[in-house]
Design a protein around this ligand. Sequence first.
Ligand code: NAD
Length: 362
Amino acid sequence: MTNKIAVLAGDGIGPEIVAQAVKVLGVLRDEFGLQIELEEAPVGGRAYDVSGQPLPEPTLRLAKEADAVLLGAVGGPQWEALDISLRPEKGLLGLRAELELFSNLRPAILYEQLADASTLKADVVAGLDIMIVRELTGGIYFGQPRGVRTLANGERQGFNTLVYSESEIERIGRSAFEIAMKRDKRVCSVDKANVLECTELWREVMERIAVDYPQVVLSHMYVDNAAMQLVRAPKQFDVMVTTNMFGDILSDCAAMLTGSIGMLPSASLAADAKGMYEPIHGSAPDIAGKGIANPLATILSVAMLLRYTLDEQDLASRIERAVSAVLDQGLRTADIYTDGMKKIGTEDMGEAVVASLISDGG
Ligand code: NAD
């Protein structure tokens, strides 16, 4: 069966880095027999420029009919003055909502070769490999009622609602347990059950799901402690699962443990394993068009696409090994460069990964 992949390069460095990821997909198709079909479409600021919408109807249609979406990044200063409903970021939010991508996977991996890039001591973070599973379509970011009201005494009051139904908790919980089954089989559920009734229910549902996964060890941690543990001893974690807001904060914290934004991929999954895959960084307008952006986060997003949507575990591992091999060769883009290494540009980094993939056996 041929799988269709929608390629949405977006703005800024998006087209430069996505071009390298597409090269990698091309090698997997031509040399390793991967049956895929790629189709490109505009999204974000460029889409607005050509169609007046950040998420044009044909792009949304393509994303919906594809098995997976590979996205670069959106946004840039030239679109900041637009009405909020037309800004590039709306394209991204629209895709998340329309595709019902409720499970956000944010790995924090630090390759041994880049341990010096972290602000933490190398021995605390070297070899780090955490997967944060963040609920993406519910919780306090979407709960009703919300707003700012004026009280009888004239003072204004802001309010939001933290709300999760059992089914919402269950589907993100199952997503985390399934991922743990492909990893070290440990899930740490992060909540604030001592203060928030909503996350007391969260904890109860996680316990219930755990019965169906006897091989997975479930633990619980309060979010304040989880933040401390992430910077104290991050290697204790395998999979962490948490609410939308806690996950927003913890996943950025975990990403920065690695010190290299250009290296981290992400996935957002729907119930049917369909997913959108993108680097965690933005469109980096400051370096766009210079040919120096790091394409590895986008290439590693392709590895996640193979792992979580196409279930091609071997090909996913091959990409990860190829990335590790180019780092072993001392090849670095400017953002991860250290003395004694060889500084190369976006295109050369893409070529190096392709060469490494091919030499690993076709
Ligand atoms: P950013 O992630 O684009 O850039 C932050 C810094 O990291 C910059 O110095 C940039 O040069 C560097 N950087 C980022 N990716 C890199 C890469 N692959 N290689 C080398 N260096 C890299 O964040 P920002 O500057 O806050 O935002 C820029 C634009 O991107 C804004 O319009 C923002 O709204 C948008 N944005 C989009 C997404 C997304 O599409 N998912 C995410 C975050 C920000």
